[in-house]
Design a protein around this ligand. Structure first.
Ligand SMILES: Nc1ncnc2c1ncn2[C@@H]1O[C@H](COP(=O)(O)OP(=O)(O)OP(=O)(O)O)[C@@H](O)[C@H]1O
Length: 294
């Protein structure tokens, strides 16, 4: 039985499509990335799964309970952690009091350990918190009752790069403890760090579900090269080169064999070389077609 499952899940807000005919299954112990540009339907999916909104059609279940039946879901929620995309707080209260209240609802056996790890200023009022500190508090709240399944909606927004890395490590350690994690994001590079499989959503529809490795192999890298001597576009006309531009520097997206690329570059005297992950919008354009409204 899947930990989280949707079948034909559809949600319209009046005439506006949130999600349409979504079929997903996340298995126990997976870190599943739910990847899509802004407005794709990630939050709608999560809110439907957690029973905050009712689907227009279709079914959803979490931990074997029907997500559309409030009573069933209440029981399951003791074992679910939720990290919303924009956590709301009573700003007047302190972090400690916020966590005390959350603990009274669902328990907090891992609280001390998590406060030490993420270290938000819990004694201060939340109104004094930076965006990142609020996010840390929300992370602690999502995990402190040691849930079996954690659903996270863009969890790293507001965290600085060091804290993001700490969070990715933490997610990996949670997986090692057998937890299942549903990780919504619009950032391909973070999904690759922590997820095993990825579901890609665009315009409310699930475009594909695949292993992260497969997705990355197909996504390619964006390459920027400056050479001492001038080059012609025809010099870079070989397998795996896409969207080539030669304009003072050579820029292209590369999906071919890296040894071939290195061999090719070896004939030039390089002034500068930059290789980075292809951005999500490019990946979408190349493999899944259409515009990305990011
Ligand atoms: N309460 C609402 N009323 C009307 N339309 C909505 C509502 N919430 C979402 N939508 C619409 O549903 C679609 C999906 O939005 P959703 O917030 O689920 O996307 P998302 O992938 O989470 O985007 P983001 O990354 O920007 O948070 C969008 O077209 C959005 O405008």
């Amino acid at each position: 039985m899947s930990v989280l499952e949707t079948s034909g899940l559809t949600k319209y807000y009046g005439e506006t499509r949130g999600i349409e005919d979504l079929n997903l299954a996340v298995e126990e112990g997976e870190v599943f990335g739910f990847l899509g540009p802004n407005g794709a339907g990630k939050t709608t999916t999560i809110r439907t799964l957690l029973g905050f909104i009712s689907p227009t059609e279709g079914t959803a279940s979490v931990l074997g309970r029907n997500a559309c039946e409030e009573r069933e879901l209440i029981e399951a929620k003791h074992h679910i952690g939720y990290l919303p995309s924009d956590p709301g707080f009573d700003e007047e209260t302190t972090g400690t009091r916020f966590l005390d209240y959350q603990a009274s609802l669902k328990g907090d056996e891992r609280r001390d350990e998590l406060v030490e790890l993420f270290d938000p200023p819990v004694e201060r009022k939340i109104e004094e918190y930076s965006r990142g500190n609020k996010q840390k508090l929300a992370i602690i709240s999502a995990f402190m009752h040691d849930p079996d399944l954690v659903v996270m909606d863009e969890p790293t927004s507001g965290l600085d790069p060091l804290m993001q890395d700490r969070f990715y490590e933490f997610v990996q350690s949670e997986q090692e403890r057998g937890k299942t994690i549903f990780f919504s994001s619009h950032i391909l590079s973070e999904v690759r760090k922590v997820c095993d499989r990825v579901g890609i959503i665009r315009d409310g529809r699930l475009v594909t579900t695949e292993d992260v490795e497969t997705l990355l192999d197909r996504s390619g890298k964006r390459v920027r090269v400056r050479t001492e001597s001038s080059v012609e576009p025809s010099d870079f006309d070989f397998a795996g080169v896409h969207d080539l531009s030669v304009d003072g520097e050579v820029r292209f997206t590369f999906t071919g064999d890296y040894d071939t690329l290195i061999d090719h570059l070896d004939q030039y005297s390089l002034v500068d070389l930059d290789v980075e992950e292809a951005p999500l919008d490019e990946v979408f354009m190349r493999f899944y077609g259409g515009e990305v409204h990011a």
